[in-house]
Design a protein around this ligand. Sequence first.
Ligand code: FES
Ligand SMILES: [Fe+2]
Length: 383
Amino acid sequence: MMSHSKRLSREAYTSNTWHSRETEELFASSWVFVGTRSDFAKTGDYKTVQAGAFALAIIKQKDDALLAVHNICRHRGAELFEPPAGNTGKSIVCPYHRWTYGLEGGLRGAPNMATCFPDLDRVSLSLKPAALGIFRELVFANPDPSADFDIWIEPLKALAWPHDLVAKDLREAASLTYDMKCDWKIFVENAIDGYHLAYLHEKTLGGPLPDQNVWERAGDHMVWYATDTEARHRLPSKIRKEAKGAKPLKGTEAAGYGGVYFLFPTTLIVPTPYGFSVSSLIPTGAGRCRMDVRNWVGPGQSLDVRKYIPGYDKASGIISSDNWTQHPSETGDFQTEDVWICEKVQRGISSPGYEPGPLAKGAGAEDPIEWFHEILSVALNLE
Ligand code: FES
Ligand SMILES: [Fe+2]
């Protein structure tokens, strides 16, 4: 009998034990998206980033290099950098007792050092290092200082997009923040599911069917493209209207790149002929996550589509199903349909009556979900 035992259990999506295990063990050596190289213009510019339970900070050095450290003071553990971004000047000063570090993370000194810390061993109290990697202007960080970025990113190199993030015809548009009542894995599974496109999204994307989808594995990553190339040029209807008359970006007419890239575990990259986006999922609790989306668009397109997005609350800047004013399936927005279904799956799985069912076979259907579970099992040392 065919067994579905490889599938993750209900607890994987609902329990606090799983949530802590993932945020502390999986993210201890995972690469998470930080931003782009141009987010760090001047010496001392920093950004904070949450990698599961790990608080990290990335700092621009004097020589233009970027450095990733754990955002924790070595004295009593205060968070050093104020989130989400800023400039720390020539040094890093903890707001609690003013221990001071150089931009390179070395401890320079503490107030009243002679009386309070006559034997302070500054060398052993440098900021804890993390790892950093840059690919095509995109900056990633990993809490594990010995993590090898090249090994992680290498399988993607040959399949990457032609978009150039610093090209003049790409401009950054407003970022989006989604607060979702679903586990981050449910959102990932939906993003790599080629089986639902023609059904859940019948009125928005309208396909393609599973036999016109291909998900290709690239190391721990996956790349999606449609064999019906028209489909991958489709845009959500609201944005498509704005893009009328917009010309494809330079280089994007070339075939051979995907429409969706999933970088394990939490980054989704979507290059289209009219723009580019990077989404990162941040688990915020058992059965809960946030998604931060950075967007770049080509000429003639709106730099802020937030007002068109169902559930966008201007005051908080957050997109949430709490703020929907019409049924999600009536909005004409495929992302809203995805949030709707992910929250419905979370509610279904949360019921003790849930039992995993079989997955649709095929690289254009639900095989990618099986791959994701395999990769996750290895990363978490399951089995
Ligand atoms: S916790 Fe940072 S100086 Fe005390
Ligand atoms: Fe979808």
